[in-house]
Design a protein around this ligand. Structure first.
Ligand code: ADP
Ligand code: MG
Length: 402
Protein backbone atom coordinates (compact mmCIF):
# COMPACT_ATOMS: atom_id res chain seq x y z
CA UNK A 1 0.00 0.00 0.00
CA UNK A 2 1.71 3.18 -1.21
CA UNK A 3 0.75 6.09 0.98
CA UNK A 4 1.92 9.67 0.99
CA UNK A 5 4.26 10.17 3.93
CA UNK A 6 4.73 13.31 5.96
CA UNK A 7 8.50 13.00 5.59
CA UNK A 8 8.06 13.52 1.84
CA UNK A 9 6.05 16.72 2.26
CA UNK A 10 7.50 20.21 2.23
CA UNK A 11 6.42 21.45 5.67
CA UNK A 12 8.83 24.28 6.45
CA UNK A 13 6.92 27.49 7.13
CA UNK A 14 3.67 25.74 6.19
CA UNK A 15 0.48 25.61 8.22
CA UNK A 16 -0.24 21.92 8.85
CA UNK A 17 -3.67 20.75 9.92
CA UNK A 18 -2.83 17.68 12.01
CA UNK A 19 -5.72 15.29 12.79
CA UNK A 20 -4.93 13.31 15.91
CA UNK A 21 -7.02 11.02 18.06
CA UNK A 22 -6.73 12.54 21.53
CA UNK A 23 -9.99 11.01 22.63
CA UNK A 24 -8.37 10.24 25.99
CA UNK A 25 -10.14 9.31 29.22
CA UNK A 26 -10.55 12.30 31.55
CA UNK A 27 -11.17 12.22 35.28
CA UNK A 28 -12.11 15.41 37.13
CA UNK A 29 -10.88 17.41 34.16
CA UNK A 30 -7.48 15.67 34.10
CA UNK A 31 -6.02 13.29 31.52
CA UNK A 32 -6.14 9.80 33.03
CA UNK A 33 -4.29 7.85 30.35
CA UNK A 34 -2.00 9.66 27.91
CA UNK A 35 -1.20 6.75 25.59
CA UNK A 36 -2.96 8.30 22.61
CA UNK A 37 -1.14 11.59 23.10
CA UNK A 38 2.28 10.02 23.55
CA UNK A 39 1.86 7.91 20.42
CA UNK A 40 1.57 10.98 18.19
CA UNK A 41 4.62 12.73 19.62
CA UNK A 42 6.93 11.51 16.82
CA UNK A 43 4.75 13.29 14.25
CA UNK A 44 4.37 16.46 16.31
CA UNK A 45 8.08 16.61 17.09
CA UNK A 46 8.98 16.01 13.46
CA UNK A 47 6.74 18.88 12.35
CA UNK A 48 8.15 21.16 15.04
CA UNK A 49 11.75 20.33 14.17
CA UNK A 50 11.02 21.00 10.53
CA UNK A 51 9.57 24.44 11.08
CA UNK A 52 5.89 23.79 10.49
CA UNK A 53 3.05 25.71 12.14
CA UNK A 54 0.78 23.07 13.63
CA UNK A 55 -2.98 23.25 14.00
CA UNK A 56 -4.04 20.24 16.06
CA UNK A 57 -7.53 18.88 15.75
CA UNK A 58 -9.22 16.00 17.56
CA UNK A 59 -12.55 14.82 18.87
CA UNK A 60 -13.24 14.00 22.51
CA UNK A 61 -16.17 11.86 23.62
CA UNK A 62 -19.55 12.04 21.95
CA UNK A 63 -20.89 15.58 22.10
CA UNK A 64 -23.14 14.86 19.08
CA UNK A 65 -22.73 18.10 17.21
CA UNK A 66 -23.08 20.58 20.07
CA UNK A 67 -20.79 22.20 22.62
CA UNK A 68 -20.53 20.23 25.88
CA UNK A 69 -18.44 21.96 28.52
CA UNK A 70 -16.97 18.76 30.06
CA UNK A 71 -15.76 17.77 26.61
CA UNK A 72 -13.73 20.88 25.86
CA UNK A 73 -10.25 20.20 24.53
CA UNK A 74 -8.47 22.54 26.98
CA UNK A 75 -7.24 19.93 29.50
CA UNK A 76 -5.81 17.87 26.66
CA UNK A 77 -4.10 20.87 25.07
CA UNK A 78 -2.61 21.79 28.48
CA UNK A 79 -1.40 18.24 28.93
CA UNK A 80 0.32 18.31 25.55
CA UNK A 81 1.96 21.65 26.36
CA UNK A 82 3.38 20.19 29.59
CA UNK A 83 4.56 17.07 27.80
CA UNK A 84 6.37 19.06 25.11
CA UNK A 85 7.38 21.89 27.44
CA UNK A 86 6.15 24.35 24.81
CA UNK A 87 3.10 26.61 24.64
CA UNK A 88 -0.01 25.31 22.93
CA UNK A 89 -2.60 27.95 22.11
CA UNK A 90 -6.15 26.75 22.82
CA UNK A 91 -9.06 27.90 20.72
CA UNK A 92 -12.67 27.65 21.79
CA UNK A 93 -13.81 27.12 18.22
CA UNK A 94 -12.63 25.23 15.13
CA UNK A 95 -13.45 27.58 12.28
CA UNK A 96 -14.17 31.26 11.71
CA UNK A 97 -12.51 34.62 11.87
CA UNK A 98 -11.02 34.29 15.35
CA UNK A 99 -9.23 31.08 14.39
CA UNK A 100 -8.12 32.51 11.06
CA UNK A 101 -6.60 35.52 12.82
CA UNK A 102 -4.82 33.33 15.34
CA UNK A 103 -3.41 31.20 12.55
CA UNK A 104 -2.18 34.27 10.72
CA UNK A 105 -0.10 35.23 13.76
CA UNK A 106 1.54 31.82 14.05
CA UNK A 107 5.28 31.44 13.61
CA UNK A 108 7.32 28.38 12.68
CA UNK A 109 7.18 25.87 15.53
CA UNK A 110 3.96 27.31 17.00
CA UNK A 111 1.07 25.07 17.98
CA UNK A 112 -2.59 25.86 18.09
CA UNK A 113 -5.26 23.45 19.33
CA UNK A 114 -8.78 23.67 17.93
CA UNK A 115 -11.86 22.95 20.04
CA UNK A 116 -13.47 19.50 20.08
CA UNK A 117 -14.29 18.96 16.42
CA UNK A 118 -17.44 16.99 17.21
CA UNK A 119 -19.05 20.12 18.69
CA UNK A 120 -19.86 20.86 15.04
CA UNK A 121 -22.62 18.84 13.35
CA UNK A 122 -20.73 19.18 10.05
CA UNK A 123 -17.92 16.93 11.35
CA UNK A 124 -19.68 13.57 11.52
CA UNK A 125 -21.89 14.48 8.55
CA UNK A 126 -18.74 15.19 6.57
CA UNK A 127 -20.29 18.44 5.38
CA UNK A 128 -18.31 19.83 2.43
CA UNK A 129 -18.88 23.41 3.61
CA UNK A 130 -17.47 22.60 7.05
CA UNK A 131 -14.53 20.67 5.58
CA UNK A 132 -13.79 23.62 3.33
CA UNK A 133 -13.83 26.06 6.26
CA UNK A 134 -11.40 23.82 8.13
CA UNK A 135 -9.16 23.33 5.11
CA UNK A 136 -9.04 27.10 4.59
CA UNK A 137 -6.93 27.38 7.76
CA UNK A 138 -3.99 25.32 6.48
CA UNK A 139 -1.62 24.57 3.60
CA UNK A 140 -1.58 20.83 4.08
CA UNK A 141 -3.27 18.04 5.99
CA UNK A 142 -1.51 15.35 8.01
CA UNK A 143 -3.54 12.48 9.43
CA UNK A 144 -2.24 10.59 12.45
CA UNK A 145 -5.58 9.28 13.56
CA UNK A 146 -5.82 5.66 12.44
CA UNK A 147 -8.45 4.98 15.11
CA UNK A 148 -10.95 7.15 13.22
CA UNK A 149 -9.87 6.11 9.72
CA UNK A 150 -12.96 3.94 9.25
CA UNK A 151 -15.16 7.04 9.59
CA UNK A 152 -15.61 9.50 6.74
CA UNK A 153 -15.82 12.71 8.74
CA UNK A 154 -14.90 16.27 7.76
CA UNK A 155 -11.63 16.28 9.72
CA UNK A 156 -10.61 12.72 8.79
CA UNK A 157 -11.57 12.64 5.11
CA UNK A 158 -13.46 15.75 3.96
CA UNK A 159 -10.54 18.19 4.25
CA UNK A 160 -8.40 16.04 1.95
CA UNK A 161 -10.53 17.21 -0.97
CA UNK A 162 -9.15 20.70 -0.48
CA UNK A 163 -5.65 20.07 0.90
CA UNK A 164 -2.77 17.76 0.01
CA UNK A 165 -2.95 14.90 2.54
CA UNK A 166 -0.12 12.93 4.15
CA UNK A 167 0.18 10.18 6.76
CA UNK A 168 1.83 10.92 10.09
CA UNK A 169 4.17 8.38 11.68
CA UNK A 170 1.54 6.65 13.81
CA UNK A 171 -0.70 6.23 10.78
CA UNK A 172 2.26 4.84 8.82
CA UNK A 173 3.07 2.35 11.57
CA UNK A 174 -0.52 1.10 11.71
CA UNK A 175 -0.83 0.71 7.95
CA UNK A 176 2.56 -1.00 7.61
CA UNK A 177 1.98 -3.47 10.44
CA UNK A 178 -1.57 -4.35 9.52
CA UNK A 179 -0.92 -4.54 5.77
CA UNK A 180 1.86 -7.01 6.47
CA UNK A 181 -0.67 -9.32 8.13
CA UNK A 182 -2.73 -9.41 4.96
CA UNK A 183 0.30 -10.18 2.80
CA UNK A 184 3.59 -11.71 3.75
CA UNK A 185 2.93 -13.11 7.18
CA UNK A 186 5.00 -15.88 8.74
CA UNK A 187 3.14 -19.12 9.37
CA UNK A 188 1.77 -20.77 11.40
CA UNK A 189 -0.64 -17.86 11.79
CA UNK A 190 -3.09 -18.04 14.68
CA UNK A 191 -6.16 -15.90 15.15
CA UNK A 192 -7.49 -15.61 18.71
CA UNK A 193 -10.93 -14.10 18.95
CA UNK A 194 -12.95 -13.45 22.06
CA UNK A 195 -15.06 -10.63 23.39
CA UNK A 196 -18.75 -10.23 23.38
CA UNK A 197 -20.39 -10.07 20.00
CA UNK A 198 -20.07 -12.08 16.85
CA UNK A 199 -21.09 -9.21 14.54
CA UNK A 200 -17.95 -7.19 15.10
CA UNK A 201 -15.66 -10.23 14.59
CA UNK A 202 -17.34 -12.09 11.80
CA UNK A 203 -15.66 -10.10 9.02
CA UNK A 204 -12.27 -10.69 10.62
CA UNK A 205 -12.89 -14.44 10.93
CA UNK A 206 -14.14 -14.65 7.35
CA UNK A 207 -11.20 -12.76 5.87
CA UNK A 208 -8.72 -14.95 7.75
CA UNK A 209 -10.41 -18.29 7.05
CA UNK A 210 -8.04 -19.00 4.20
CA UNK A 211 -5.11 -17.03 5.67
CA UNK A 212 -4.78 -18.32 9.24
CA UNK A 213 -3.85 -21.85 10.28
CA UNK A 214 -5.33 -21.94 13.79
CA UNK A 215 -8.46 -20.33 15.16
CA UNK A 216 -8.77 -20.11 18.93
CA UNK A 217 -12.20 -19.12 20.17
CA UNK A 218 -12.83 -17.63 23.60
CA UNK A 219 -15.03 -15.17 25.41
CA UNK A 220 -18.74 -14.71 24.90
CA UNK A 221 -18.11 -15.30 21.21
CA UNK A 222 -17.09 -18.90 21.88
CA UNK A 223 -20.42 -19.51 23.63
CA UNK A 224 -22.26 -18.80 20.41
CA UNK A 225 -19.98 -21.24 18.59
CA UNK A 226 -20.44 -23.87 21.32
CA UNK A 227 -24.22 -23.47 21.05
CA UNK A 228 -23.93 -23.75 17.27
CA UNK A 229 -22.00 -26.98 17.75
CA UNK A 230 -24.88 -28.36 19.83
CA UNK A 231 -23.69 -27.66 23.37
CA UNK A 232 -25.98 -26.44 26.15
CA UNK A 233 -24.49 -23.12 27.27
CA UNK A 234 -26.93 -22.54 30.13
CA UNK A 235 -27.49 -18.86 30.70
CA UNK A 236 -24.20 -17.74 29.19
CA UNK A 237 -23.96 -14.76 26.90
CA UNK A 238 -24.88 -16.30 23.57
CA UNK A 239 -26.36 -14.89 20.39
CA UNK A 240 -29.08 -17.38 19.53
CA UNK A 241 -29.89 -15.58 16.29
CA UNK A 242 -26.31 -16.02 15.08
CA UNK A 243 -26.02 -19.80 15.35
CA UNK A 244 -26.20 -20.35 11.60
CA UNK A 245 -23.49 -17.72 11.04
CA UNK A 246 -21.28 -19.59 13.51
CA UNK A 247 -22.11 -22.96 11.93
CA UNK A 248 -21.22 -21.63 8.51
CA UNK A 249 -17.81 -20.39 9.72
CA UNK A 250 -17.02 -23.73 11.37
CA UNK A 251 -18.05 -25.65 8.27
CA UNK A 252 -15.91 -23.51 6.02
CA UNK A 253 -12.95 -23.84 8.38
CA UNK A 254 -13.38 -27.62 8.30
CA UNK A 255 -13.54 -27.70 4.51
CA UNK A 256 -10.33 -25.68 4.39
CA UNK A 257 -8.81 -28.17 6.87
CA UNK A 258 -8.09 -25.47 9.43
CA UNK A 259 -7.72 -26.12 13.14
CA UNK A 260 -10.71 -24.44 14.74
CA UNK A 261 -10.57 -24.74 18.51
CA UNK A 262 -13.54 -24.23 20.82
CA UNK A 263 -13.11 -24.40 24.60
CA UNK A 264 -13.19 -27.99 25.87
CA UNK A 265 -13.57 -26.83 29.46
CA UNK A 266 -14.92 -23.59 30.84
CA UNK A 267 -15.11 -21.52 34.02
CA UNK A 268 -18.70 -21.19 35.17
CA UNK A 269 -20.33 -19.25 37.97
CA UNK A 270 -23.88 -18.34 38.80
CA UNK A 271 -23.10 -14.71 39.44
CA UNK A 272 -20.83 -12.07 37.91
CA UNK A 273 -18.89 -10.54 40.78
CA UNK A 274 -15.40 -10.28 42.22
CA UNK A 275 -16.30 -12.77 44.92
CA UNK A 276 -18.06 -15.30 42.70
CA UNK A 277 -17.34 -18.98 43.30
CA UNK A 278 -16.11 -20.58 40.12
CA UNK A 279 -16.01 -24.14 38.83
CA UNK A 280 -13.96 -25.49 35.94
CA UNK A 281 -16.23 -27.84 33.99
CA UNK A 282 -16.00 -29.81 30.75
CA UNK A 283 -17.96 -27.82 28.15
CA UNK A 284 -20.26 -30.87 27.94
CA UNK A 285 -21.45 -30.48 31.53
CA UNK A 286 -22.78 -26.91 31.33
CA UNK A 287 -26.52 -26.64 31.95
CA UNK A 288 -29.32 -24.86 33.77
CA UNK A 289 -28.55 -21.36 34.94
CA UNK A 290 -24.76 -21.67 34.68
CA UNK A 291 -22.86 -18.89 32.98
CA UNK A 292 -19.64 -19.51 31.06
CA UNK A 293 -17.34 -16.63 31.98
CA UNK A 294 -13.84 -17.76 31.05
CA UNK A 295 -11.97 -20.56 29.32
CA UNK A 296 -10.94 -23.48 31.54
CA UNK A 297 -7.46 -24.68 32.42
CA UNK A 298 -7.30 -27.48 29.84
CA UNK A 299 -8.35 -25.02 27.15
CA UNK A 300 -5.72 -22.55 28.34
CA UNK A 301 -3.06 -25.29 27.97
CA UNK A 302 -4.30 -26.15 24.49
CA UNK A 303 -4.33 -22.48 23.42
CA UNK A 304 -0.86 -21.94 24.91
CA UNK A 305 0.57 -24.94 23.06
CA UNK A 306 -0.75 -23.60 19.76
CA UNK A 307 0.57 -20.11 20.52
CA UNK A 308 4.00 -21.65 21.26
CA UNK A 309 4.23 -23.19 17.80
CA UNK A 310 2.91 -20.09 16.00
CA UNK A 311 5.05 -17.51 14.24
CA UNK A 312 2.30 -14.87 14.07
CA UNK A 313 -0.67 -14.37 16.38
CA UNK A 314 -3.48 -11.86 15.97
CA UNK A 315 -5.57 -11.38 19.12
CA UNK A 316 -8.81 -9.49 19.41
CA UNK A 317 -11.22 -9.88 22.29
CA UNK A 318 -10.65 -10.97 25.91
CA UNK A 319 -11.26 -14.72 26.31
CA UNK A 320 -13.29 -14.17 29.47
CA UNK A 321 -15.13 -11.52 31.42
CA UNK A 322 -11.75 -10.26 32.57
CA UNK A 323 -13.11 -7.13 34.29
CA UNK A 324 -13.85 -9.50 37.21
CA UNK A 325 -10.88 -11.18 38.81
CA UNK A 326 -12.35 -14.71 39.01
CA UNK A 327 -12.82 -14.70 35.22
CA UNK A 328 -9.55 -13.07 34.17
CA UNK A 329 -7.21 -16.09 34.37
CA UNK A 330 -7.71 -17.15 30.76
CA UNK A 331 -6.94 -13.69 29.41
CA UNK A 332 -3.83 -13.43 31.63
CA UNK A 333 -2.64 -16.86 30.48
CA UNK A 334 -3.05 -15.96 26.79
CA UNK A 335 -1.14 -12.69 27.27
CA UNK A 336 1.60 -14.58 29.13
CA UNK A 337 1.90 -17.23 26.44
CA UNK A 338 2.25 -14.49 23.81
CA UNK A 339 4.90 -12.67 25.82
CA UNK A 340 6.89 -15.82 26.61
CA UNK A 341 6.98 -17.28 23.10
CA UNK A 342 10.27 -16.41 21.47
CA UNK A 343 10.35 -15.34 17.83
CA UNK A 344 6.61 -14.75 17.77
CA UNK A 345 5.03 -11.73 16.16
CA UNK A 346 2.03 -10.80 18.32
CA UNK A 347 -0.51 -8.27 17.12
CA UNK A 348 -3.27 -7.05 19.40
CA UNK A 349 -6.19 -4.77 18.90
CA UNK A 350 -9.57 -3.81 20.26
CA UNK A 351 -10.45 -1.27 22.94
CA UNK A 352 -11.44 -3.84 25.54
CA UNK A 353 -8.55 -6.17 24.73
CA UNK A 354 -6.02 -3.40 25.35
CA UNK A 355 -7.81 -2.20 28.50
CA UNK A 356 -7.80 -5.79 29.73
CA UNK A 357 -4.11 -6.49 29.19
CA UNK A 358 -3.14 -3.20 30.82
CA UNK A 359 -5.39 -3.79 33.79
CA UNK A 360 -3.90 -7.28 34.12
CA UNK A 361 -0.35 -5.97 34.33
CA UNK A 362 0.92 -6.03 30.75
CA UNK A 363 1.94 -3.11 28.59
CA UNK A 364 2.12 -2.38 24.89
CA UNK A 365 5.85 -3.03 24.99
CA UNK A 366 5.22 -6.70 25.77
CA UNK A 367 3.80 -7.32 22.31
CA UNK A 368 5.11 -6.84 18.78
CA UNK A 369 2.38 -4.43 17.80
CA UNK A 370 -0.65 -3.04 19.57
CA UNK A 371 -3.01 -1.26 17.24
CA UNK A 372 -4.58 2.04 18.30
CA UNK A 373 -7.57 1.24 16.14
CA UNK A 374 -10.45 -0.76 17.55
CA UNK A 375 -13.12 -0.71 14.85
CA UNK A 376 -10.61 0.66 12.34
CA UNK A 377 -8.24 -2.26 12.87
CA UNK A 378 -11.02 -4.80 12.57
CA UNK A 379 -12.27 -3.25 9.34
CA UNK A 380 -8.75 -3.00 7.94
CA UNK A 381 -8.13 -6.68 8.68
CA UNK A 382 -11.47 -7.56 7.14
CA UNK A 383 -9.93 -6.25 3.94
CA UNK A 384 -12.17 -3.18 3.81
CA UNK A 385 -10.99 0.10 2.34
CA UNK A 386 -10.93 2.72 5.08
CA UNK A 387 -11.90 6.20 3.87
CA UNK A 388 -9.28 7.80 6.14
CA UNK A 389 -6.57 5.63 4.55
CA UNK A 390 -7.81 5.94 0.98
CA UNK A 391 -7.21 9.72 1.01
CA UNK A 392 -3.54 9.03 1.76
CA UNK A 393 -2.91 6.71 -1.15
CA UNK A 394 -0.32 7.71 -3.68
CA UNK A 395 -2.20 8.21 -6.93
CA UNK A 396 -0.76 5.86 -9.53
CA UNK A 397 0.26 7.83 -12.60
CA UNK A 398 -2.17 7.09 -15.41
CA UNK A 399 -0.88 4.31 -17.65
CA UNK A 400 0.38 5.55 -20.98
CA UNK A 401 -1.95 5.32 -23.92
CA UNK A 402 -0.69 3.25 -26.78
P1 ADP B 1 -12.67 -5.51 21.91
O1 ADP B 1 -13.16 -4.15 22.35
O2 ADP B 1 -11.28 -5.78 22.36
O3 ADP B 1 -12.89 -5.75 20.45
P2 ADP B 1 -15.17 -6.72 22.69
O4 ADP B 1 -15.79 -5.37 22.83
O5 ADP B 1 -15.60 -7.56 21.56
O6 ADP B 1 -13.56 -6.60 22.68
O7 ADP B 1 -15.47 -7.59 23.98
C1 ADP B 1 -15.14 -7.23 25.27
C2 ADP B 1 -16.20 -7.63 26.25
O8 ADP B 1 -16.49 -9.00 26.16
C3 ADP B 1 -15.74 -7.37 27.64
O9 ADP B 1 -16.58 -6.41 28.25
C4 ADP B 1 -15.86 -8.74 28.32
O10 ADP B 1 -16.33 -8.66 29.62
C5 ADP B 1 -16.85 -9.45 27.44
N1 ADP B 1 -16.74 -10.91 27.60
C6 ADP B 1 -15.70 -11.70 27.36
N2 ADP B 1 -15.98 -12.99 27.66
C7 ADP B 1 -17.24 -13.01 28.11
C8 ADP B 1 -18.11 -14.05 28.58
N3 ADP B 1 -17.71 -15.32 28.63
N4 ADP B 1 -19.36 -13.70 28.97
C9 ADP B 1 -19.75 -12.41 28.91
N5 ADP B 1 -18.99 -11.41 28.49
C10 ADP B 1 -17.75 -11.69 28.08
MG1 MG C 1 -15.12 -3.37 22.73
Amino acid sequence: MDIKLVQNAEVHGKVVLLRVDFNVPLKNGKVKDDTRIVQTLPTIEYLLENGAKIILVSHLGRPDGKAVSELRMAPVADYLARLLKRPVQKMSECIGLKVQQAVKKMKEGDMLFLENIRFYPGEEKNSPAFAKDLAKLADLFVSDSFATAHRAHASTVGVAKYLPAYAGFLMQKEIENLSALLKDVKHPLTLITGGAKIDTKIGLLENFLDKADYFLMGGGLANTFLAAAGYDVGESLCEKDKLSVAQDIMLRAENLEKTFVLPTDVIVADEISDSADTVDLPADDVMGDMKILDIGTRTVRKFASIIKKSKTVIWNGPVGLSECKPFSKGTVAIAKALVETKGLKSILGGGDTIDAIKRLGFSEAHFSFVSTGGGAMLEFLEGARLPGVEILLEKKSASKKK
